[in-house]
Design a protein around this ligand. Structure first.
Ligand code: ADP
Ligand code: TYD
Length: 206
């Protein structure tokens, strides 16, 4: 049997507090336990553009919407060049916390045209699977404020997140799998694992 060298990009998407990072960590360790080559990463990255984006969290009005989009795109380009493309080429399973569906949903909710945002992302590899976590916005906000003990930042205000959630709801790429995030962590993990195992089986036989 030929060795499977095809890399896979699996992205975790959804509004804040839906449990993306929690589920990504659980999936990463489950796949590592099976001896699979997993890489975990996230956007915005820790790179120079990612840091500029984080500096905007407390005051988005410092830059225009188009400049804000430029920063997310520059961060993604750097992420792809330095990490995602080489890892895909060497057959890794990449788990990425947020990717371009977040740009469509969040910068779309801020006022940019979703089709324009998608076109600006034409350079980015299409994910093999997007796990799109959904739960009532209030549930996510409550998890963030109660567990983190923090106020919401400019990207997390509830009214804005309602628009973001609606944008996520309207997406229909064939590689999206929706996951009900308003359940226990363990139940969600089992479903995520099944979805990913089905993808791995398909990838082996292709
Ligand atoms: P996200 O990455 O989507 O913003 P996190 O994984 O950081 O979300 O989760 C936000 C908070 O909610 C964390 O404190 C986490 O422990 C908690 N949490 C995650 N999933 C669940 C769940 N299914 N039920 C209850 N709390 C959860
Ligand atoms: P988050 O994923 O919660 O990371 P952190 O742990 O650094 O807070 O936050 C990223 C925020 O940035 C989130 O509110 C969504 C937003 N975002 C965009 O607006 N556009 C994008 O393209 C991406 C990747 C994130």
């Amino acid at each position: 049997m030929a060795e499977n060298k095809k890399g896979l990009l699996i992205v975790f998407e959804g509004t804040d507090g839906t449990g993306k990072s929690t589920q990504l960590k659980l999936l990463a360790s489950a796949l590592q336990d099976k001896g699979l080559p997993v890489i975990s990463t996230r956007e915005p990255t820790e790179g120079k553009y990612g840091q500029e984006i984080r500096a905007l969290y407390s005051n988005r009005n410092k830059v225009s919407l188009e400049e804000e989009l430029d920063l997310f795109i520059a961060d993604r380009k750097e992420h792809i060049d330095t990490l995602l493309a080489p890892a895909l080429a060497s057959g890794k399973i990449i788990l990425c916390d947020r990717y371009y569906l977040s740009t469509i949903a969040y910068q779309g909710a801020a006022g940019l045209d979703p089709a324009h945002i998608l076109a600006r992302n034409a350079f980015a590899p299409t994910p093999a699977l997007a796990l799109l976590f959904h739960a009532p916005v209030q549930t996510g906000v409550k998890r963030i404020t109660e567990n983190r003990g923090e106020a919401l930042n400019d990207f997390e205000h509830e009214e804005y997140l309602q628009k973001v959630a609606l944008n996520f709801e309207q997406m229909d790429f064939p590689w999206i799998k929706r996951v009900d995030a308003d359940r226990s962590i363990g139940t969600i993990h089992q479903e995520v694992l099944q979805l990913v195992q089905a993808l791995l089986r398909r990838n082996e036989t292709e």
